[in-house]
Write a protein that binds this ligand. Structure first.
Ligand SMILES: Cc1cc2nc3c(=O)[nH]c(=O)nc-3n(C[C@H](O)[C@H](O)[C@H](O)COP(=O)(O)OP(=O)(O)OC[C@H]3O[C@@H](n4cnc5c(N)ncnc54)[C@H](O)[C@@H]3O)c2cc1C
Length: 431
């Protein structure tokens, strides 16, 4: 079967690598000059930057086995997460649910009382949106001091606009005893899906896609797909080259994929396309002289008056900076297609300096990168829209695989598993 893979990020690379291992060469069409997608790292003057922090969480034995086969597993260092949440002038360890001890006394009281009231309140109907879910599970104090402002900043959406499909795995739920202990500073157990992470001992996260890419025979970089003719089953690259296919594994963002389709979209499909909602993320990567200002790996900033929602210090968990220097990775969320990026970066850098997190005079390297799409907004339209789009594209043998093609929230481990699953399906059909 003639299969083409659009996108040479982790998902597309793993799909191609698994197909190659099964004796099937599927060309991977990657628009950039190197593979890896959002898992690329770049080196500038001895500083190594990822596209925002990329920490590896491995929960499944098949992922560990695969990383072992690639010769990566032993090159990863294991870290226990050290992260903080900054509320007002107070930094307290993440997750806040079990660490209110670092907050101002009044904020701590709000969180504790709100949690106890929510815990003691008889449950009515099941919550249907993120707002009600947070209020029922964590109470009004945690909602107002962290969950609502943080998620507003990240998703650029009101909490009631968000559904619940994404929260289970990513938001740890404590019990009353844990919350009380957390208010008193008695809790130090690591909690949450990212309590422990792995990261290459040297170099950036690109070790992972690079190792996969070495084993992909049909990788074509600088090959941007610009048009897709579903009826005639060909796609066209920038430059005009046309490639025929029987099946496509698409790993690029769903809006971009649909926008290149030449065929007329049925009304239901066009509506579903319009319903897709997402944010872009600007990453300000800085290489700075001197030691890192804090020991944590990253900090969250829910305060609406602070321009960024997260600031990472990647050289606290990897050899990513020359001796005596460190790296800083700042994230700011934008709506698609709008916003003054340079002005937002300047405002963020001023705030970083004001907070004592970056000394502007010590900055050696500064890079701005926009990740687009970055986060899918899980609003109430998403599930139905994705189902319509998946069905329609599937009926034309376009299979969606990975975080942005499937329009979901997922991590690098999922990208590996998604790529494997996409390859298995092709192998099965070829038998
Ligand atoms: C801000 C942020 C932080 C994250 N942090 C973590 C983390 O800490 N840990 C973790 O496990 N995961 C993290 N992730 C998730 C992780 O990045 C993804 O799960 C993974 O990179 C998905 O890989 P992919 O191949 O599906 O997509 P991508 O990496 O986006 O790959 C798609 C590829 O398609 C190419 N492409 C696009 N359009 C075209 C076209 N028209 N023609 C040809 N090629 C095209 C792109 O250049 C890209 O290489 C994070 C994601 C974001 C946005």
């Amino acid at each position: 079967m003639n299969t083409l893979i659009i996108g040479g990020g982790l998902t597309g690379l793993v799909a191609a690598e698994r197909l190659a291992a099964a004796g099937i060469t599927a060309p991977v069409l990657e628009r950039e000059s190197e593979p890896g997608g959002v898992c690329r790292s770049i080196e500038v003057d001895g500083f190594i930057f990822d596209h925002t922090g990329h920490l590896l969480h491995v929960a499944r034995p098949e992922t560990e086995a695969y990383l072992g086969e690639l010769g990566i597993w032993d090159r990863l260092r294991v870290w226990r997460r050290s992260a903080a949440i900054v509320v007002g002038n107070h930094a307290t360890p993440y997750p806040i649910q079990i660490h209110t001890h670092g907050l101002a006394a009044a904020d701590r009281r709000d969180c504790l009382l709100g949690f106890i009231r929510a815990w003691a309140t008889e449950r009515g109907r099941e919550p249907e949106n993120f707002r009600d879910w947070v209020l029922e599970r964590f109470g009004a104090g945690f909602a107002e001091h962290f969950f609502f402002p943080y998620n507003r900043k990240l998703y650029r959406a009101e909490p009631e606009e968000l559904g619940l499909d994404w929260v289970g795995r990513y938001v740890p739920k404590p019990d009353l005893e844990e919350v009380v202990n957390g208010a008193l500073g008695l809790h130090d157990e690591a909690v949450g899906y990212n309590a422990v992470f792995r990261y290459p001992a040297t170099g950036g996260i690109r070790l992972l896609p690079d190792r996969v890419a070495e084993r992909v025979p049909g990788l074509r970089t600088g090959a941007e797909v610009v048009r897709l003719n579903l009826a005639a089953r060909w796609l066209e690259l920038a430059g005009g080259e046309r490639l025929a296919y029987e099946t496509v594994i698409a790993t690029i963002g769903l809006p971009g994929l649909l926008d290149m389709v030449l065929d007329e979209l049925p009304a239901e499909v066009a509506e579903a396309r319009k319903a897709l909602r997402w944010v872009r993320v600007l990453n300000i990567a800085l290489g700075v002289r001197g030691p890192a200002p804090v020991a944590e790996h990253w900090r969250y900033f829910p305060d609406p008056g602070v321009p960024y929602y997260r600031v990472g210090f990647p050289s606290n968990h990897g050899r990513l900076a020359p001796e005596g220097c460190h790296t800083v990775s700042v994230e700011i969320s934008f709506d698609p297609g709008t916003g003054n990026v340079e002005a937002a970066a300047a405002e963020a850098e001023e705030a970083l300096a004001g907070a004592g997190l970056v000394d502007p005079a010590a900055v050696e390297v500064r890079r701005l990168t926009m990740v687009d799409p970055a986060y899918v907004v899980f609003d109430h339209e998403r599930r139905q829209a994705v189902s319509v789009l998946r069905r329609w594209l599937g009926s034309h043998d376009i299979r969606l695989s990975g975080r942005w093609a499937e329009w979901k929230y997922s991590a690098m481990e999922d990208a590996v598993l998604d790529g494997m699953a996409a390859a298995r399906r092709v192998v099965k059909e070829a038998d």
